[in-house]
Design a protein around this ligand. Structure first.
Ligand SMILES: Nc1ncnc2c1ncn2[C@@H]1O[C@H](COP(=O)(O)OP(=O)(O)OP(=O)(O)O)[C@@H](O)[C@H]1O
Ligand SMILES: [Mg+2]
Length: 281
């Protein structure tokens, strides 16, 4: 049995959008769906105490889990859905859950935060911190566009985003647009010549994946300029944008590269941040 898709819920609308995304993905991939709600451990006078079964807070947690499970079951009757109520710090518990997940899915926002907040602490605490794909769902599911966008930098040693992007494109029968943004302050070669060279470099990186997924229609787009802007613009007509957790940026110790960080905040569609399952650094 393959690992489940795991989604976190907190009773917010954004979390329910994440449940729909996760149920869809579970149906496509033939995985089970696990819906998790985390609550802070009940503490009284510094001592944790056992909540009774009829505790109002516990009932509320169980109600929101049941609501999410019913939504998933209604959307995809053939997906096996389970729920779990866990006590602890949300980010810590979901990081631990991610170890046994095919993919971990959360909403971009939850119940807390403030009006203008673009990304909640849970998505930020998971992306780049756990191995495998973390999907942060922004907005309610809109019309299916049939296109996935993936960001690639040919200079990177590994391309975990391509594994996930090709898998998703194949499972959905979607097109894949690979985006590479580059910048060079000045050069004797004309921009058209550089753009063509960049296009060829990006294309040559793809060869192992296009061989493994011959059914996926791939286009390569190169942009001169900021990669966050290029990826967010390309994502305006995409169902999902996929990026690696980090590249070869200046802050080598950062768990999340600046491009992934920016895309997570500004992309108009769901974002997958993929960290390799085996550490490469
Ligand atoms: N207690 C929780 N249990 C399980 N998943 C949660 C929980 N809280 C949040 N999540 C998941 O994380 C997503 C984002 O919520 P998050 O808490 O990060 O944002 P927020 O509430 O807007 O801001 P803040 O970071 O201030 O809490 C939710 O849509 C949900 O998928
Ligand atoms: Mg919150």
């Amino acid at each position: 049995m393959s690992e489940p898709i795991i989604v976190g819920v907190d009773g917010s609308r954004a979390a329910l959008a994440a449940v729909l995304w996760a149920a869809d993905d579970a149906a496509r991939r033939g995985c089970d769906l696990r819906i998790v709600h985390v609550v802070a451990p009940p503490v009284y006078g510094g001592q944790p105490y056992e909540r009774s079964l009829d505790d109002a807070a516990r009932q509320e947690s169980e109600r929101l889990l049941a609501e999410a499970a019913a939504l998933a079951a209604e959307y995809h009757a053939n997906v096996q859905v389970s729920t779990e109520l866990l006590y602890g710090n949300t980010t810590d518990i979901l990081r631990a859950q991610a170890v046994e997940a095919a993919t971990i899915v959360v909403g971009s926002r939850g119940l807390d935060g403030f009006a203008g907040l673009l990304l909640g602490s849970v998505g930020l605490g998971l992306a780049g911190h756990v191995a495998g794909p973390v999907v942060v769902v922004r907005g309610a599911p809109a019309i299916v566009q049939g296109e996935i966008v993936a960001g690639v930098n040919p200079d990177d040693a590994v391309h975990p985003a391509l594994d996930y992007a090709f898998e998703e494109a194949q499972a959905r029968g979607a097109r894949l647009q690979v985006v590479h943004a580059w910048d060079m302050p000045s050069s004797r070669a004309g921009p058209e010549i550089i753009a063509q060279a960049q296009q060829e470099r990006a294309r040559s990186v793809l060869t192992p994946w296009t061989k493994r997924h011959p059914g996926v229609v791939v286009t390569v787009s190169v942009f001169r300029g900021n990669p966050i802007a290029a990826l967010c613009e390309a994502s305006a007509r995409a169902d999902l944008v996929v990026v690696g957790s980090r590249g070869r940026g200046v802050i080598r110790s950062a768990v999340l590269g600046s491009v992934s960080h920016g895309v997570l905040h500004y992309a108009p569609c769901p974002v997958a941040v993929v960290r390799p399952r085996v550490r490469t650094d």
